[in-house]
Design a protein around this ligand. Structure first.
Ligand code: IPD
Length: 265
């Protein structure tokens, strides 16, 4: 399987770099909102759509038998058993405002397992990549989580959904957490948040209600860098709840979130 994983990694890296170049160099100065999704603040730009098209066209050319699931609607079953999970811009609101933290996120999955994950953040000049069982890298350096600090010294990343009711509950959970930890960061890209855990720039991260394209690649990068990831205690990471952190802190954060019902709205 090593040959297959190497091929998938090469394809994912090339697709992510091509899309990243289009997004960085082709961002119109007057970029506006092309459509909205779950709420008026859940936006899609013309560049999300252009990036997804570039990536799916690239896969159709290089790996025509693979399936694709993309944030902006790409959905193709395929016959090879490989499925690509694509977020053409993770951190769309950052991209819209010209903030640097956005990324192209691409994962290759087979049989319920993620084999390869790439999170390419062009303005940061960073590409995170991981291959199942082969470690994680940020550019060419191995990525490694920080050792778990005591809970009250942890820097925790999180994010918020786009629907007001969900946000209200997320704010309550964050209000409980803030006095108990070093600080909280809201970066604006779940994929980069997971990679920041992998690179030791956050101690841990959690968010309710992510979609597979937000977390698929970053989850593998975080795990291959030594993090644990999951949902509620004993459960795997899912659209319900995503938690990532080093052993010890991860379980403490999971328990804290579970006790406060962070997995529901
Ligand atoms: C969003 C980002 C954000 C997270 C949201 C996601 P998008 O993805 O990852 O950080 O808080 O829940 O929807 O819409 O920019 O691809």
């Amino acid at each position: 399987q090593d040959g297959l994983k190497a091929e998938l990694l090469a394809v994912a890296l090339e697709a992510a770099h091509r899309a990243g170049e289009l997004l960085r160099d082709g961002r119109p100065d007057d970029l506006g909102v092309a459509a909205t999704k779950s709420s008026a603040v859940d936006v899609v730009t013309e560049m999300d759509i252009a990036s997804e098209k570039l990536i799916t066209d690239f896969f159709a050319d290089r790996r025509p038998d693979d399936g694709v699931l993309g944030e902006e609607g790409a959905s193709f079953e395929g016959s090879s058993g490989i499925q690509w999970v694509v977020d053409p811009i993770d951190g769309t609101v950052n991209y819209l405002y010209g903030r640097p933290d956005w990324a192209v996120s691409i994962a290759a999955r087979a049989g319920g397992e993620t084999l390869v994950g790439v999170v390419h953040a062009p303005v940061r000049g960073e590409t995170f990549r991981a291959v199942l069982g082969r470690g994680a890298y940020v550019n060419d350096r191995p990525a490694r989580v920080r050792a778990a600090p005591p809970f009250d010294q942890a820097l925790i990343g999180t994010g918020f959904g786009y629907v007001a009711q969900r946000r209200a509950h997320q704010a309550e959970v964050a209000r409980e957490l803030l006095p108990r930890v070093r600080d909280i960061r809201r970066g604006g890209s779940a994929a980069i948040d997971l990679c920041d855990v992998a690179a030791g720039r956050l101690d841990a991260y959690y968010e309710r209600g992510l979609n597979p394209w937000d977390f698929a690649a970053g989850d593998l990068v975080a795990r291959e860098a030594g993090a644990r990831t999951g949902g509620r205690p004993g459960e795997t990471l899912s659209t319900e709840l995503t938690v990532a952190g080093p052993p010890g802190l991860f379980e403490q954060l999971q328990t804290f979130l579970d006790e406060r019902g962070a997995w529901h709205d």
